[in-house]
Design a protein around this ligand. Structure first.
Ligand code: ADP
Length: 267
């Protein structure tokens, strides 16, 4: 808030009256903050991959280089352009969620099917085997696309941050009135001092064994936003060098008021 105080002389009493004006600057400040954040992202996060793309494009266009090298350069360009595209998409997703503009299509959703689909999509893409322990037909109230994004981000992290392991474990069980999804890996783990910052935007653990692993630092911030919007909880256990388990807890959707049966009423 901004506070203005005006003294108004009172001709009769000879003591002034005071006018206090409070101005709510929340929305202006939020807009300023968003602008600053955007400028800092453009300067750090976007310029680096863009410079790489332009540098390699220039070499390809203006110099004679061997075919093999050309292919290598093009692969780098493709990787960096992909990174830029992911960064922009993640950033816009998160901005929409944080500003409350994201709408969620909440429907009764079969979480077992969502988790299984995402885990199976990852089967073919990497060297890890996904061990699945999924209780069938666990229903929750959720936005199916956003919940798919949650599972995708957690499973892709489990794979990315366990480069030397050959499996990940994905579990879904019903725990009284909750559905609990666990994504476990046997990889790098998370250092103690990083744990409290892990869900912050753009935060990435920066040490030598992770420098080669691509990412935007937005994946877990997005997961947290989505899980919070579903009134769920997100937590993790991790030990450095041993691996991590990320856990999402959501209330199950219940049709118990109908005696456990879904009744379809036609008119
Ligand atoms: P990123 O795009 O960097 O993967 P995230 O927001 O998904 O961004 O994760 C933030 C950071 O948390 C990562 O950079 C990584 O260091 C750490 N992290 C996330 N998941 C795991 C995991 N399963 N094992 C180890 N570290 C992880």
């Amino acid at each position: 808030y901004e506070l203005y105080v005006n003294a108004i002389p009172d001709p009769v009493e000879h003591t002034p009256s005071y006018l206090f004006v409070f101005r709510d600057r929340t929305s202006e400040e939020m807009a300023d903050e968003m602008k600053n954040e955007f400028i800092s992202i453009v300067s750090h996060e976007l310029r680096t991959p863009l410079a790489t793309v332009l540098g390699f494009m220039e070499i390809l266009l203006h110099r004679d280089i061997a075919k093999e090298k050309q292919k290598k350069y093009m692969e780098t360009i493709y990787k960096e352009a992909n990174r830029l595209s992911n960064l922009i998409n993640d950033f816009l997703d998160l901005q929409r969620m944080e500003s409350g503009k994201q709408t969620y299509q909440m429907v009764p959703a079969n979480l077992s099917a969502i988790v299984r689909d995402v885990a199976e999509q990852w089967q073919g893409k990497h060297n890890h085997r996904a061990e699945l322990h999924i209780e069938p037909d666990v229903f929750v109230t959720a936005d199916i696309d956003r919940m798919t994004q949650v599972m995708h981000n957690l499973i892709s992290n489990a794979v990315k941050y366990s480069p030397d392991a050959d499996k990940i474990v994905v579990k879904l069980r019903k725990d009284e009135e909750h559905a609990v999804v666990e994504v476990r890996d046997f990889g790098l783990g998370i250092p103690e001092d990083a744990k409290e910052k892990l869900f912050s935007k753009f935060y990435r653990v920066d040490n030598s064994d992770r420098r080669q692993i691509g990412g935007t630092g937005l994946g877990l911030a997005i997961v947290k936003e989505i899980v919070d919007s579903h009134n769920g909880t997100l937590s993790f256990d991790s030990e450095l060098g041993q691996g991590s388990t990320f856990r999402v807890r959501l209330r199950t959707y219940s049709v118990s008021g109908l005696g456990g049966k879904v009744v379809i009423i036609e008119d």
